[in-house]
Design a protein around this ligand. Structure first.
Ligand code: FAD
Length: 454
């Protein structure tokens, strides 16, 4: 007997990090059915570190109706101060304020737990779409779809699997298993830096007006302070209540081993030890901040670009596809954009083929990768060049700030060219003096014969 039941396209998202959770909203708003499976037992991470969203990331949250909620849980970043190796302030800029004028949205600082809680709470029927304690162990192919298999023996059936499962992506490993040998590397990423990151309450003595600026009185809300030395850098980001920090240490040799995130860090860590006696505010040293930390963790900062982002009915987004150094704060922003780009391709495909075959999917996945890979490679290189420059203390003179700032001039035009969702109305989109450059919608590109032909 013929199966008359109409098949509905369903995406299985693996991973409930920031990119997976944004993707859930983007699919919801475009009317594509999905289920999101996360291996942790809750969506908000247990240890909450800082995360910045740039105007293009905030714009995407605005488009899915979350700008008020976003503003309620974040604080602004408007200023940046650089302190050289001798403890002197070498530059002060208000570039982040300028960015808001340019693009209509500012740069905002979040703690990850609040961001992911907000992304969860604002989904329609989150309980029906989000599954926790689901560790993916396999993806089985079947006619017209895939079955995701989890460590607890449960299964989810869907049309595609989207790996938003981070730097060590299990979905990527399964793609590698199925693909011709040599197409996927076992570990596509390499680390040139180690970092320790964390957060602590804002020291009361740290709050001063910027008019009294000196390296001893810089810790105030909305300000980022960077301390530079040869081979090392300390970044501090102050909100009204907290200071988020990242300390970087250049590794003697690039490392390819899997030394991922761990909360097992102490003051002897090579990324922390050089900064303990650094004065970060009047009568406050970094040691004081470290002692009062609410959370801290360390990792080798892997970076790189995966050559191929799809295989069969599996496709990668976020850190699973591209890993950037965190100094410019573009990893999650770029992941949001990639998720939007993928959803645009899927929306255009599904409008004509509600139950697409593998060839149709491959074409959509390839068009998504083609749109995003070059941009992310450029962001990746810019972050590495900047960190290499920032950690060149250069003796008395400090890092080559003028050169680095000139190179940063590329960021704003790249932000202006960022992706938004084609199929979601956006009447109240904000704009600044550097207007958004709108891309040809994926559907129109298909109709005009654009995109990959495989
Ligand atoms: C110190 C630091 C600071 C940063 N600051 C910024 C910043 O300011 N701005 C910015 O844009 N980016 C920043 N980044 C980068 C940003 O954190 C990442 O780009 C972002 O977290 C990537 O999100 P993701 O959802 O792709 O992956 P992840 O956040 O890694 O999430 C992956 C999820 O997949 C889950 N998972 C893994 N395996 C499985 C499995 N088998 N089954 C089910 N689930 C699984 C994991 O538990 C996890 O929840 C920073 C990074 C670091 C290290």
């Amino acid at each position: 007997m013929a199966d008359n039941k109409k098949k509905t396209f369903r995406a299985i998202i693996i991973g409930g990090g920031p990119v997976g959770m944004y993707l859930a909203h983007a699919l919801q708003e475009t009317g594509i059915d999905y289920v999101l499976c996360e291996k942790r037992d809750a969506i908000p991470p247990a240890t909450a570190f800082g995360l910045f969203l740039w105007p293009h990331g905030l714009r995407l949250l605005h488009q899915v109706g979350l700008i008020d909620q976003t503003e309620a849980i974040s604080s602004l970043l408007t200023k940046i101060t650089h302190v050289g190796p001798t403890g002197e302030v070498v530059r002060e800029y208000s570039d982040f304020g300028f960015i808001q004028l340019a693009h209509g949205y500012p740069v905002r600082m979040f703690d990850r737990a609040s961001l992911s809680r907000m992304l969860y709470d604002t989904l329609r029927e989150p309980g029906a779409h989000i599954r926790t304690s689901k560790q993916l162990v396999d993806v089985e192919r079947r006619a017209g779809g895939v079955t995701a298999v989890f460590a607890d023996g449960t299964r989810e059936e869907g049309s595609i699997v989207i790996g938003a499962d981070g730097i060590w992506s299990p979905v990527r490993n399964l793609m590698r298993r199925d693909a011709p040998e040599g197409l996927f590397e076992e570990n596509p990423y390499v680390a040139g830096y180690r970092a320790v990151f964390g957060r602590a309450p804002l020291p009361r003595q740290g709050i001063y007006s910027s008019s009294s600026a000196s390296s001893a009185s810089l810790l105030e809300p909305e300000r980022q302070v960077e301390f530079h030395r040869d081979g090392a850098m300390l970044q501090l980001f102050a909100s009204r209540r907290e200071v988020h920090f990242i300390s970087y240490r250049k590794l003697a040799e690039p490392r390819r081993e899997r030394k991922g995130f761990s909360t097992d860090v102490d003051a002897t860590d090579e990324a922390i030890a050089p900064w303990l006696d650094t004065r970060i505010a009047e009568d406050v040293t970094f040691r004081d901040l470290w002692r009062t930390r609410a959370a801290a963790g360390g990792a080798n900062l892997d970076e790189g670009m995966v050559r191929m982002w799809n295989w069969g009915r599996m496709v990668l987004v976020g850190d699973a596809a591209h890993k950037l150094l965190p100094n410019q704060g573009m990893g999650a922003n770029g992941g949001f954009e990639g998720a939007a780009s993928l959803v645009n391709q899927l929306t255009a495909l599904l409008r004509h083929e509600p139950d697409p075959d593998a060839a149709g999917l491959r074409q959509a996945f390839a068009a998504y990768q083609a749109e995003r890979q070059g941009v992310m490679a450029a962001y990746q290189r810019m972050a590495r060049d900047e960190l290499d420059g920032w950690t060149r203390g250069g003796g008395e003179g400090g890092p080559p700030l003028d050169a680095l700032r000139a190179a940063d001039g590329l960021i704003s035009p790249m932000v202006a060219c960022s992706v938004r969702l084609d199929a979601v109305p956006f009447p109240d989109e904000r704009a600044g003096f550097s207007p958004w450059v709108y891309k040809v919608p994926a559907e129109a590109a298909r109709a005009a014969g654009g995109g990959a032909k495989l």
